[in-house]
Design a protein around this ligand. Structure first.
Ligand code: 9D3
Length: 249
């Protein structure tokens, strides 16, 4: 996959891209990230990238000419590239959207700064607008890094067999079950007996129930999308009606 990043702060990307999973994906040649400075596409005397909003109001906007020139250059170099603007007004970037984007050959991530971008860029130069959640960032750069990280680990060959995503949170739509490692007794706190039993079927069942309990407690919204057996649905109803369940806290 090829990702083009357009930003006024290209330095933000150097360190994160060298590390962990992203670094590995880049090294293995499974992912290629190219970061460009939008200011390099500002051709007026002062290389200006922002301007005041028509109609008044506080704050500055990203002016259209440099953005359009940068996007045109990228489209010229990478035919068919999907151009995505990171903005608080975008649709939510979630695991399903990540799966969709992971199958693209290339995408451009446009990082906004200031109060936003000129509406004509949004409307006529951009294919899609994404937000990473309901909180206020100071720009699109960290959102772009989140998108790159989430997509990188979905690319074939990036994760080893061990870490591969099948059993992970969100793949089955549930939160993770509780996990323990050595020592068995840590400052008086014990590991649940069942995990030491060697009974793999009992352990599997316990983990599934713990995942269901945790999801119901913390993220009940996720249960609407998870795939549950008849028995698991019954278990959830028992939990909801306050019935005591074996192994509960
Ligand atoms: C005054 C209204 N603000 C909108 C909520 C203005 C504003 C705040 C923050 C405009 C831009 C930004 C910078 N944020 C992003 O560029 C951004 C973002 C975010 O703030 N939250 C979640 N996802 C994203 S993607 C890009």
């Amino acid at each position: 996959m090829r990702i083009e990043v357009l930003t006024l702060f290209p330095e933000i990307f150097s360190s994160p891209l060298e590390h962990s999973i992203l670094g590995k994906a880049l090294q293995k040649g499974l992912l290629n990230v190219n970061v460009r400075n939008i200011r390099d596409y500002a051709f007026d005397k002062h290389r200006q990238v922002d301007d005041r909003p028509f109609g008044g109001g506080s704050g500055m906007l990203m002016k259209p000419e440099p953005l359009a020139a940068a996007i045109d250059a990228v489209r010229g170099e990478v035919p068919g590239i999907r151009v995505i603007l990171l903005t608080p007004q975008g649709t939510l970037f979630d695991q399903a959207k990540a799966g969709e984007l992971a199958s693209l050959e290339s995408m451009a991530l446009i990082c906004g700064r200031y109060e936003g971008v000129d509406e004509r860029i949004r409307k006529h130069w951009v294919d899609e607008e994404l937000s990473i959640g309901d909180y206020v960032l100071s720009g699109g750069e960290f959102a772009a890094l989140v998108v790159i990280d989430v997509i990188a680990r979905l690319l074939p060959g990036v994760l080893g067999d061990k870490e591969s995503c099948v059993e992970e949170s969100f793949s089955d739509g549930l939160l993770e079950y509780p996990q323990y490692t050595r020592p068995r007794n840590f400052k008086g706190y014990e590991v649940p007996e069942i995990l030491l039993s060697g009974n793999h079927e009992a352990i599997r069942k316990w983990r599934r129930r713990e995942a269901l309990k945790r999801t119901l407690e913390r993220r009940p919204d996720l249960l609407d999308f998870s795939v549950l057996s008849h028995e698991e649905k019954k278990f959830i109803e028992e939990l909801k009606s306050g019935k005591r369940v074996a192994g509960s806290n």
